[in-house]
Write a protein that binds this ligand. Structure first.
Ligand SMILES: [Zn+2]
Length: 348
């Protein structure tokens, strides 16, 4: 343990417990909107823990503690509240927080939803439309196989050769692996499907089916959870061979699965948080009213002023926010959320 970190941690905890940090937040962030981003929620000690990426995962108990934290320090709002604030000249409450989930993991339905329902809180889930009913997203198959040691340099080099003519990475590490995933993602569709068809022989299978089924998606929706798009294939939209297809088909497929008009899928979050100006414009042209990025900051909500349509989000990073036991450290969450800069993102 770094002793300096230890002292800083103690100071943070005491400032939080004594009410100084919360009082600072009350003033500083009174007219602001915070959007938080979860990915996976799993029971403590679940066998799937070993299969997951820690920074994208929190335990069920930490998730429950996060909700308590939001209720203590914020007003939890849902997508309909954003709509009202935009269209009916309404206003968001002081210190609003919007809870979002990315990807459409099955555990959003079987683990997070019961906790949200017990707390009576709304949420917005961004779903990879092409992932619904799939056992696992192929990108995740590669990451999992890497973590589990099923794929090493030899397999990676082989996949790279099949996906691209460009020179191989100098060494195979986590960054090179992401490069490989990107090369496969942006390969020509025929080439890509050929590579992906052979993938399970390298990667093996996950412990259980990872992505929402259509039925689970409908369960979320009928429980009042708002559903948005997270693209069709989880390829960064700015790098996709056909970005318009990613934006439009994801929306129409989700609407068809939920038997709702397309206009109800009015929000989008960018896979991997990646976007550029033209992606933003295309998203708006495709009919998305709300576009969520992974830019780290808060949004000012001054009275009488229209809400921005492009909103950044703060990732709820398990290891940053929780003790090693998986228990939430509220003072860490406070400094993670309260002190962020105010963003001004625009659809140019
Ligand atoms: Zn994602």
């Amino acid at each position: 343990v770094n002793p300096k970190e230890g002292v800083r941690g103690l100071v943070k905890a005491s400032l939080y417990r004594s009410g100084i940090t919360p009082a600072y937040h009350q003033r500083r962030n009174r007219r602001s909107l915070t959007v938080v981003m979860f990915h996976r929620v799993l029971p403590v000690g679940d066998p799937e823990w070993a299969d997951t990426e820690a920074i994208w995962t929190v335990s069920d108990s930490a998730f429950r503690e996060c909700l308590e934290f939001f209720e203590r320090h914020y007003h939890v709002i849902g997508l309909p509240d954003l709509h009202r604030a935009r269209h009916d000249a309404g206003e968001l409450p002081d210190r609003s927080v919007l809870i979002t989930f990315d990807d459409g993991w099955a555990d959003t339905e079987w683990c997070a939803l019961p906790i949200l329902k017990a707390a009576g809180l709304p949420a917005l889930v961004f779903v990879v439309a092409g992932g619904v009913g799939e056992e696992e997203l192929w990108q995740e198959s590669i990451r999992r196989a890497w973590r589990q040691g099923r794929m090493g340099a030899v397999q990676c080099a082989d996949l790279w050769r099949r996906a691209t003519q460009t020179p191989q990475p100098v060494a195979w590490d986590g960054y090179a692996l992401e490069e490989l995933i990107q090369r496969i993602a942006t390969a020509a569709p025929d080439l890509r499907s050929g590579i992906l068809a052979g993938l399970p022989s390298w990667t093996g299978k996950p412990l259980r089916s990872q992505m929402l089924t259509e039925e689970q998606l409908r369960t979320l929706h009928s429980a009042g959870v708002s559903i948005g798009s997270h693209g069709l294939t989880h390829v960064p939209i700015s790098q996709a061979a056909d970005p318009v297809e990613e934006l439009r088909s994801s929306r129409s497929r989700l609407a068809a699965m939920l038997k709702v008009p397309e206009s109800e899928i009015g929000s989008l979050s960018f896979p991997h948080g990646l976007y550029d100006d033209s992606t933003l414009i295309r998203a708006v042209e495709a009919g998305y009213e709300w576009v969520f990025t992974s830019d780290k900051g808060l949004h000012a909500t001054p009275r009488g002023q229209a809400l921005p349509r492009v909103l950044g989000r703060l990732n709820m990073d398990g290891p940053q926010l929780c003790a090693e036991t998986g228990k939430l450290r509220p003072e860490r969450l406070a400094s993670w959320l309260f002190d962020r800069p105010t963003l001004q993102l625009k659809a140019a």
